[in-house]
Design a protein around this ligand. Structure first.
Ligand code: 5AD
Ligand code: SF4
Length: 461
């Protein structure tokens, strides 16, 4: 699943004081308590944070963005790579200091680190008050003073309604066993939610004003239930929601008909995130990915035929144990052939309990670093070329993020490109813009008929 890096959840809204359904056991709504949720990792975690946010709001907490203003801090964490854990350790250190100064009362650690054994060590080291894994998020309810919930199946917990865009979890866990990955250990085996339950959530969201639904799952395209497969579900959702996208897919589950549906359905954003991890068949086998590079290339060929203007992204790991220069060259070759629009490139990080952590033949750090840079350069070169082709076109944009202090908002084209532009339109609104310039990571546009034609790219060349 794609990384959102350390993404602090937007927590600026003061909650309405809602009365919890039933007798609350602790916090009294309206009692002035505050909570801060910080999210690390993938969109699955962002979505889990949304659910926890619902609980803390229901319990009468006000949301705050700064640790020092919070009575309760929830760190919803990622365990996929060691640097994610290091970051969380840094935050826990800061929280311990604040608590010693009496500026903070309680700390909860949730998410993938919470589900790993290492959480016990962290609990003792930092005196954490509550540790929850990914399958018992519902226990937060009791901790914040709501009636005990007995949900065992997290997708049934409500997500957030009333937002312009929303995630809908359609499956949790993963049945693959990639050599390097902790996800099956911390998220468990695949559980697919029923189509009926998914569609009723989509209906509820759309009725409540949500204009953009993202279907979510660790291997979202592996969804199957009652004789139906992911494409059937996607098409049903695309009939109901005005704008739809999904993440993350696995190449072995991606059917051609899904790729054609992306290309042909007006309400589906023409974007595909399909992690390849390596371009070498030898490495794909060692990683237990279950496909060869040629099959991946063929799928990409279908996607490019189905949605020629669409955007394609991927995940790549460099420096997995045993990766030779020849394997690396094969990855660079695949990067050229697939001409990705963007990619998340990771240096291999050994994770306890995974097969890769026990394999010999480690790749030296300086070699990994060089390979990392080479892959990134290849990706950026192609992305810049592809983005440049959009210059001059007029696009309908869905505003994802409203204007920041210097007036720049971020919109998304129907092809899944991010466009920076000046507009006062609110998130969830559509605007029309001309693409003025391009960088490797984004496009820069101006509203049709607006005076902002001088918007200069920043960050990009
Ligand atoms: N080391 C480096 N990258 C990893 N990923 C998963 N596990 C590891 C690891 N141990 C990457 C994969 C996956 C993405 C979410 O994180 O590329 O697709
Ligand atoms: Fe991890 Fe592989 Fe499952 Fe993706 S498919 S979550 S990389 S085990």
């Amino acid at each position: 699943m794609s990384e959102t890096s350390t993404t602090p959840v937007r927590l600026t809204r003061k909650p309405e004081r809602r009365t919890p359904p039933g007798p609350a056991t602790g916090t009294v709504p309206g009692s002035g308590k505050t909570a801060c949720i910080r999210t690390f990792g993938c969109q699955m975690n962002v979505h889990d944070s949304d659910r926890m946010r619902r609980m803390i709001l229901d319990a009468g907490y006000a949301e705050v963005t700064r640790y020092e203003d919070a009575d309760l801090v929830i760190l919803n964490t990622c365990y996929v790579r060691e640097n994610a854990v290091d970051r969380v350790r840094g935050h826990l250190g800061e929280l311990t200091r604040l608590r010693r100064e009496g500026r903070l009362k309680k700390v909860a650690l949730t998410g993938c680190i919470g589900a790993a054994e290492e959480s016990e060590t962290l609990r003792h080291q930092f005196g954490i008050d509550l540790v929850l894994g990914t399958h018992n998020t519902y226990e937060l309810a009791e901790f914040v003073g709501l009636p005990t919930m007995e949900e065992t199946y997290t997708p049934e917990l409500p997500g957030t309604g009333g937002e312009h865009s929303a995630f809908v979890t359609i499956m949790t866990g993963c049945n693959y066993g990639c050599s390097y990955c902790v996800v099956p250990m911390v998220r468990g085996r695949m559980v697919c939610r029923s189509k009926e339950s998914i569609l009723s959530e989509v209906d509820r969201l759309v009725e409540g004003g949500t204009g953009y639904v993202t279907l979510l799952g660790q291997t979202v395209d592996a969804w199957r239930r009652d004789g139906e497969r992911f494409c059937d579900l996607l098409e049903a959702v695309a009939e109901r929601a005005p704008r739809v996208s999904f993440t993350t897919s696995h190449p072995s589950n991606m059917e051609d008909r899904t790729l054609w549906a992306i290309g042909s359905r007006d309400t589906i954003v023409k974007r595909l995130h399909l992690p390849v991890q390596s371009g070498s068949d030898r490495m794909l086998k060692i990683m237990h990915r279950g496909y060869k590079a040629e099959r991946y290339r063929r799928k990409i060929g279908v996607f490019r035929d189905a949605a020629p203007e669409g955007t394609l992204s991927t995940d790549i790991i460099v420096g997995h144990p045993g990766e030779t220069e020849e394997d690396h060259e094969a990855t660079l070759g695949l990067v050229e052939d697939c001409s990705f629009d963007s990619a998340y490139v990771f240096k291999f990080s050994p994770r306890d309990g995974t097969e890769a952590a026990t394999l010999g033949e480690p790749v030296a750090p300086e070699v990994s670093q060089r390979r990392f840079v080479e892959v990134l350069r290849g990706i950026e070169g192609n992305a810049f070329k592809r983005n440049s082709r959009k210059v001059g076109s007029v696009e309908e944009l869905y505003v994802r993020h409203g204007a920041n202090e210097d007036g720049r908002a971020i919109g998304e084209t129907w092809t899944g490109h991010a466009v920076h532009l000046k507009t006062e339109a609110n998130p969830g609104e559509y605007v029309r813009a001309t693409i003025e310039s391009a960088g490797p990571h984004a496009l820069y546009g101006s509203l049709c008929g607006s005076p902002y034609g001088d918007l200069a790219p920043y960050g990009d060349v």
